[in-house]
Structure formats: structure tokens, C-alpha cells
Write a protein that binds this ligand. Structure first.
Ligand code: RUQ
Ligand code: CUA
Length: 625
């Protein structure tokens, strides 16, 4: 064991014990203190947003394996919207329309972990939100003008980007390090060859704002370890990134025990500007169409910092001077200095090398190890406007406020229960607001009305403005709030209606442009939705009827010509398993084979006017014989 590294919990037995404790949801922290009626009243006032007034912040919470994003208002904690990203959603028709089917590719669901806002100069700019899918190795971008997905890509050579998305301070890159190691291209290779043939590939993804497209720029073939979480440098550490690792033991089975053997794992400290230069100079290999840097052959730009075993979160301080790692199996937060790390790199102050990457001397980079008394299971750290740190304690079920400059514990608040992340107002930016922090709890137990054996998870809003942290509101969330980001509401500028797009060949904006075109077995419908009717062919005796022959390939292009706030129309055909919506001004397309002869009512699914119930028509499918 290296001197100075927290001994953590050593040995196999202790390792198993520790992981049992970690997953046993034991709360050993302080119990909640009952509020007096006067504090309850003032807390209610703090979160009450009168009708007509708006919340001060938007909270964007990942919906985990629902594949969706949940949008809340803060401080009211009202759920405002669910945005489908990786999973089908019949409320919007996401996954049925041709446009959304193209985005979703061959998948029907996703496991969305860490959302990340686009940034300009280290501040959330309110333009885009990036998301990643652990299940199917994808990255997505959502436009915050419309709260809809613009692009999704599947990232090759990699598997399970849990350790993402982290966005650099001018959104130069969205980095996707990965949880699972696999052979390049997910090719077959025996697990006996794990150390030789498996890699934990990190992808540097870029977003082309002009084209509204994501793309992989280059990748790094890191060793076959698990990469857990990451953060980007800012200010003095601009151009750098940090990633936690576990399973540096390279276990290939029974990870719970085998990946918790070593007393230390590493933080990967990398210089993306250096890697970018390396790629530009041709120092990479092309594999499966991607430019991959192999650290043992293309040296420079990546360093390892030893850290107490199996760290989980790593967070860069708002001023960019330090990075703080938290160990789920160690009771401590370790504060590292970027300046010290840069000095160690310059002086070649190394204690060894792994896969061609120099290992920096722990004592030269570490600033302090912080162990608040009885605090167990530190996971993630957020910051306030004074640079103070707030770390979630999974096992002792609390948030601990502490001073990264001194290590001193300043305050603690029990949460219900087992917080994973927490999220502070503008918390990952260069200037957090310091007003609120929300505990994202993995376990709610009996906090809400029971809905059976499986309970919702819970988010708790904590007021940071008083002398002590105080929980002022709780809200259920379902499923697990993996991570979230909170942005000042006035930074988000949504549109009210979609502009007309004369260049879109699918769009029709007036009744006389509506038509049904037949070409052999192909039928194209260019229709409009308006209050309160569908018009597929204005010249027809029954403009709201589509008549086709059994076996026809039918494509319906539908434009909502109500250029009016909040007038959305839906479209569904009975028994054809089809459904989608068109927002004001929007054009969407569905395609299907009319393989069932018969009479099928079609109707608007989204309440749009007093005569919404009259907004229907028929699909008539003439039998073959
Ligand atoms: S991880 S509970 Cu999926 Cu963000 Cu730390
Ligand atoms: Cu259109 Cu209801």
C-alpha cells in the first residue's frame, strides 16, 4: 500500500463486508429532527409559487432506465414535463413518427444517467442538453428551444458510457468514458484474454451546431478497467479532464468481490488539447472507422493519480484549482490539486507506469484527505457560491457541507434516504448560485403514499440560505433520479410555435395544398391538422377520409397549421398501433403498411378545442378481393 493512501477497508473479508454495507441501505447517520409548526409554515412559504408566477429554476433530472428526462420547477418541485430521449413515448408519439424512429435507430429504450448542459466559458448557456445511454452506448442532444431531441448517435468500439456526459467549458467536447470494457467493435474475445484484448474506450464527441449533428471525433483506448465518473477542468485546468476508475484489478467475474481487492485505483488525468494535437498529427490508429489513440503507443497527454479504492465521483471545484474524489468503499473525500499535478508532470515525479501512462506520486498531488466523523459512503460533491463543498453520503444518508480549503466540516443534514448525487443550483458551472441543493435519494421507503412493494425514489430540496441547511420540500420521482442539473429559468428561451419551413417537402400550410398521391402501391398523404378537423385532401367529398387498398404502403405527412400557443394535435388510427403528435407549426410523418382490410376510425388524441371530440375521420382499407 502506498504511504498516505487511506487504508480504506482492506482484505477480502472486509471488502465483502464493506460492499454488503454499501448495498444494505443501512442508515447510521443522524435521524431527521421533527420540524416545529412555525418552521413548517415558513418552509411552505419558501417553496410556494403562486399560480401565474414561475419557478426560479428548471431542474432537468435523468429518468434512468425509463430513457426519459423529467423537468421540474424549483423551488415548487412541480413536475412540468417528461421529455422522451431514448425510449418510446406514446404521449408524444416519440418512437412512432418517422423522424423519431430515425433518431432511436434500432432500439426501443435506453438507460439515461447523467445529463449535461452545453456551456460557454464554463457557464450553462441554456442552449442544449446532452444525454448518454448506458444500455446501448449512445449520445443524444436536446434543443432547449423546443425540448425535443435533435440527434442521437451510437458510439462504436465502446460499451456503456456511464461515466458521461461531461462537457468541456466551451462545449468543445462531450466526453464519453465507459463503464464496461469490451474488445474493439464488441468483437468476440475470450475473457482469458481480457488484459490483452479488452479496452475501456473513451470517446470525444463533438456537436455541430450548424448541422445539428453529433459525431465522434476521436477515441482513446484506455486499459480494461471500469470508468465511473468524470468532470472537465475549467479556468486554470481548462483543457484537462478527470475520470475515476475501478476494477483496475481487471476482474472478469464476481466483480462485487474481485473488483474491490486493491487498496487503490486511479484517477485518469488527461489533457484533451494534447490528445487533439496527437490526432491532428496522425498519431492514432484507425479501427472500425474511428481514430483511436493507444496510450502505450501514442504517449503523452494521459496520467494516472492513485486514489483510495473504488472511487465513485470526481468533481472539479468551480474555480478549477482542485478535483475531489469520493470513495464508496473508503470513508474519505480526497482533495487533489491541479497545480501540484501539473508540477509533478513537469518534474516527472512518477511512482511507476501502467499501460504506458505515468503514475503520479500520490503525495505530490494530494492536498488533503477529509473524513467527517461517522460519515460513510461519500459519492458526489457539489459546490455553492462561496466554493464550499457538499458531499452526499450514501451509507450514512446525509449531505455533509465542508470547506475544501481546510477540510473542516461545516454542517450536516440527514436525507431520506441513501443519496446518490445531489445537484446544486448552477452547480457544475464556474459560478454556482448557492441558493439550493437537491438530494437525489435512491430510497424513499415510507416517504409517500404506498404504491406497493416498489416505491418511488425521492428528491429533497434543501435551502442553503439560512445558518443551517434545511430540507424544505420533497418530491417523488420515478424511476431513480440518477443525476440532474439545475439552471436559472431565465436562461431558457423556448419558442411558442415552429416557423413555417417552405423548404420542407413534407409540409403543407394551406388547405389547397393538401393531397393524396398514389403511385402504384405507394400512397402519400399530405395533410393538415387544425381546430377541429383533419384535411387530407380538400378537393375530396370527404376531406378527412383516407381510402387505400389492402397491402398499400401508406405515408402520412401531417402539418399542424394552428400557429397558436399550446395548440397541439394528436393523430391515432384505431387498431393500427399508430400514434404521434404535431405541435403548432410542426410537420411529422408516419409510415405503415395497410395490411389489415377494414374500417378504422382515426382521431386527434390531444385535447385541442371544444370540438376536439369531433376531430376524427376514417381510414378505409379495401380488401384485396
Ligand atoms: S452514478 S450514485 Cu450512475 Cu451518477 Cu453516482
Ligand atoms: Cu386536435 Cu384534439
Amino acid at each position: 500500500m502506498k504511504k498516505g493512501i487511506i487504508p480504506a477497508i482492506t482484505g477480502l473479508v472486509a471488502g465483502v463486508l464493506a460492499s454488503t454495507v454499501f448495498f444494505a441501505q443501512t442508515e447510521v447517520g443522524p435521524r431527521p429532527v421533527a420540524n416545529t409548526s412555525s418552521t413548517v409554515k415558513s418552509n411552505a412559504e419558501k417553496v410556494y409559487v403562486p399560480f401565474g408566477e414561475k419557478d426560479e429554476y428548471y431542474l432537468f433530472a435523468s429518468g434512468g432506465h425509463s430513457g426519459q428526462l423529467f423537468v421540474y420547477g424549483v423551488p415548487s418541485m412541480r413536475h412540468i414535463r417528461t421529455v422522451p430521449i431514448f425510449s418510446q413515448d406514446s404521449a408524444t408519439g416519440y418512437g412512432w413518427s418517422e423522424e423519431s424512429k430515425k433518431l432511436m435507430g434500432n432500439y426501443t429504450w435506453g438507460d439515461f444517467h447523467h445529463p449535461a448542459f452545453s456551456e460557454t466559458k464554463g457557464e450553462y448557456d441554456g442552449k442544449y442538453m446532452f444525454a448518454t445511454d448506458v444500455a446501448n452506448s449512445r449520445a443524444a442532444v436536446m434543443d432547449l428551444k423546443t425540448f425535443t431531441v435533435k440527434d442521437i448517435i451510437e458510439v462504436p468500439n465502446t460499451s456503456g458510457p456511464h461515466c458521461a456526459a461531461f462537457v468541456t467549458d466551451n462545449s468543445e467536447y462531450i466526453f464519453l468514458p465507459t463503464r464496461f470494457s469490451v474488445p474493439l467493435g464488441s468483437a468476440y474475445a475470450s475473457l482469458d484474454e481480457y488484459s490483452q484484448k479488452y479496452y475501456g474506450v473513451m470517446s470525444a464527441v463533438q456537436f455541430d451546431e450548424q448541422k445539428q449533428k453529433l459525431g465522434v471525433s476521436w477515441q482513446v483506448a484506455l486499459p480494461p478497467w471500469s470508468y465511473d465518473l468524470s468532470d472537465a477542468g475549467k479556468g486554470p485546468s481548462h483543457g484537462w479532464g478527470v475520470i475515476t476508475t475501478y476494477n483496475t484489478e481487471e476482474a472478469t467475474t464476481t466483480m462485487e468481490i474481485n473488483a474491490s481487492q486493491a487498496d487503490r485505483d486511479f484517477i485518469v488525468l488527461f489533457n484533451w488539447q494534447e490528445l487533439e494535437k496527437m490526432v491532428a498529427e496522425g498519431n492514432y490508429e484507425e479501427v472500425n472507422g474511428e481514430k483511436i489513440v493507444f496510450p502505450d503507443k501514442n504517449k503523452g497527454g494521459i496520467y494516472l493519480v492513485p486514489v483510495a479504492k473504488s472511487p465513485h465521483g470526481v468533481d472539479v471545484t468551480p474555480d478549477g484549482t482542485r478535483f475531489i474524489a469520493s470513495g464508496k468503499l473508503a470513508p474519505s473525500m480526497t482533495v487533489f490539486s491541479f497545480e501540484k499535478a501539473f508540477k509533478a508532470i513537469e518534474n516527472k515525479d512518477f511512482s511507476g507506469e501502467k499501460y504506458g501512462m505515468p503514475v503520479l506520486n500520490y503525495d505530490s498531488v494530494m492536498e488533503r484527505e477529509v473524513n467527517p466523523e461517522n460519515a460513510l459512503g461519500p459519492l458526489h460533491t457539489q459546490f455553492d457560491d462561496k466554493g464550499m463543498a457538499y458531499t452526499t453520503m450514501f451509507i450514512s444518508s446525509e449531505i455533509v457541507k465542508w470547506d475544501p480549503n481546510t477540510g473542516e466540516t461545516l454542517d450536516r443534514v440527514p436525507v431520506q434516504y441513501s443519496p446518490g448525487h445531489s445537484v446544486a443550483a448552477e452547480g457544475d458551472s464556474a459560478s454556482p448560485d448557492g441558493k439550493y441543493i437537491i438530494a437525489l435519494n435512491k430510497i424513499a421507503k415510507d416517504s409517500y403514499l404506498s404504491v406497493g412493494p416498489s416505491h418511488p425514489e425521492s428528491m429533497q430540496l434543501i435551502d442553503l440560505t439560512g445558518p443551517k441547511m434545511e430540507i424544505i420540500q420533497s418530491a417523488p420521482v420515478n424511476p431513480e433520479p440518477h443525476y440532474a442539473q439545475m439552471i436559472k429559468a431565465d436562461k431558457i428561451k423556448t419558442i411558442t410555435v415552429y416557423d413555417k419551413d417552405p423548404s420542407n417537402p413534407d409540409a403543407v400550410y394551406s388547405q389547397d395544398q393538401t393531397r393524396i398521391e398514389r403511385n402504384g402501391k405507394k400512397v402519400d398523404v399530405y395533410g393538415i391538422a387544425m381546430r377541429s378537423r383533419f384535411i387530407f385532401d380538400a378537393k375530396s367529398e370527404r376531406p378527412d377520409v383516407i381510402e387505400v387498398n389492402e397491402g398499400d404502403e401508406v405515408t402520412i405527412h401531417l402539418t399542424n397549421i394552428d400557429f397558436d400557443q399550446d395548440i397541439t394535435h394528436g393523430f391515432a388510427i384505431n387498431k393500427y398501433d399508430l400514434n404521434f403528435e404535431v405541435q403548432p407549426g410542426q410537420t411529422e410523418t408516419i409510415k405503415f403498411k395497410a395490411d389489415k382490410a377494414g374500417t378504422y376510425p382515426l382521431y386527434c388524441t390531444n385535447f385541442c378545442s371544444a370540438l376536439h371530440q369531433e376531430m376524427n375521420g376514417y381510414l378505409l382499407v379495401k380488401p384485396k378481393n
